[in-house]
Design a protein around this ligand. Structure first.
Ligand SMILES: Cc1c2[nH]c(c1CCC(=O)O)Cc1[nH]c(c(CCC(=O)O)c1C)Cc1[nH]c(c(CCC(=O)O)c1C)Cc1[nH]c(c(C)c1CCC(=O)O)C2
Length: 342
């Protein structure tokens, strides 16, 4: 069997050359992605057409030979599967129906109903598990409950997650019920991805950084702990990556508090600090500033090497601190890979 370097890192192995993949590696910086997206007509059709979603997942693997392939889908498919309206406004991002009070919550479907909408995603996973090269690890994913709730409550992305913070303070019963519904749906969704062939799953808590103190424990740590525990109970040995973006000091202790095998780091964390305080407890992933994929040059090479060196004493998966952006230069990905792999 081919060696899967991502699975080795997740099992705690220190490797001379870290495996690598990039958040948003299938995206608008690639001309072949834009061509397939144009063929699909719109982003959601792309997500729900298994052959096309599998094709865009494979494109960056063909071009770069990444060690991991992340399923092509979106964290906002779960709200849609729970009954929220969802659409994407070109150049602006996602829009959803909002949750302002008990009536909006009561209109949502039960968690068990999500498979009706999400079954094409499982088909994408099945296609990928057949078509990927033997050495490439297939990564499934979902949004974390807090991050998904921020979009469901506000109906869009928000700079400070104000509407979600307001609901959790002013109407905790509705907020807690929503968090519970999303948590249950996330467990079912990720479990179905694993049954279809995902070898690792990643939970994206992109807005974890706006939760402080006790709120972080309650709405970021605790749901992650529950999701990891439920998945490992259903699928013994399944590796789980959690990305509590901008968690700051909460990165320390995150492996132990949630049971995650790997903690993904954003680019506001110092790599040497993370090696000493986070990587000592398990695998880490991430940290390279995505802006360097736009600007490139010697700074990209130097920073890539610095991160590889900082994490060379333990299990490490090379990645960015957030998604690669549409203005990234595809050539810079080759430069980064050369700096990592030599
Ligand atoms: C918050 C969030 C979303 N989606 C996601 C997150 C968590 C990670 C993060 O913080 O970035 C996660 C995501 N979104 C997408 C993937 C696919 C796999 C991959 O990483 O390659 C993944 C893992 C595709 C996508 N999701 C989206 C695109 C761009 C859509 C297009 O082609 O027009 C892609 C490739 C759209 C999307 N989806 C979302 C937003 C805010 C947007 C609009 C912003 C943008 O346009 O970049 C919600």
């Amino acid at each position: 069997m081919a060696e899967k370097t991502i699975l080795k890192a997740l099992a705690g192995e220190t490797q001379a050359v870290p495996p690598v993949w990039l958040m948003r590696q299938a995206g608008r910086y690639l001309p072949e992605y834009k061509a397939t997206r144009a063929k699909a007509g719109d982003f959601l059709t792309l997500c729900y057409t298994p052959e096309l979603a599998a094709e865009v997942t494979l494109q960056p693997i063909r071009r770069y030979g990444f060690d991991g392939a992340i399923l092509f889908a979106d964290i906002l498919l779960v709200p849609q599967a729970l009954g929220a309206d969802l659409w994407f406004v070109t150049g602006e991002g996602p829009r959803l129906s909002t949750i302002d009070g008990p009536a909006d919550f009561d209109a949502l479907k039960p968690a068990g109903a999500i498979h009706e909408t999400l079954s094409p995603v499982y088909e994408t996973v099945r296609i990928l598990s057949k078509e990927l090269p033997g050495e490439t690890t297939l990564i499934g994913f979902a949004g974390a409950p807090w991050t998904v709730a921020t979009y469901m409550i506000a109906g869009r992305g928000t700079p400070d997650q104000g509407p979600a913070h307001a609901l959790r303070q002013e109407n905790p019963a509705v907020f807690d019920a929503l968090m519970e519904r999303i948590t249950e749906a996330t467990i079912l969704y990720l479990s179905a991805q694993v049954e279809a062939g995902a070898e690792v799953v990643k939970v994206f808590d992109s807005w974890a950084g706006s939760l402080k103190g006790e709120a972080f424990r309650r709405y970021a740590l605790e749901p992650a702990r529950r999701i990891v525990a439920a998945l490992k109970e259903r699928h013994p040995g399944l590796p789980v990556i959690v990305f509590p973006r901008e968690a700051g000091e909460f990165y320390e202790g995150f492996h132990a508090a949630t049971g995650a095998d790997c903690v993904a780091l954003d680019n506001s964390v110092d790599a040497d600090w993370a090696a000493a305080h986070v990587q000592t407890k398990g695998c880490v992933q991430g940290n390279l500033d995505p802006k360097l994929m736009v600007t490139g040059g010697e700074a990209l090479v130097a920073e890539t090497k610095r991160i590889v060196r900082a994490f060379s004493g333990g299990p490490h998966i090379f990645n960015l601190g957030h998604g690669i952006t549409p203005d990234a230069n595809p050539e810079n990905v080759h430069r980064m890979l050369e700096a990592i792999r030599g």
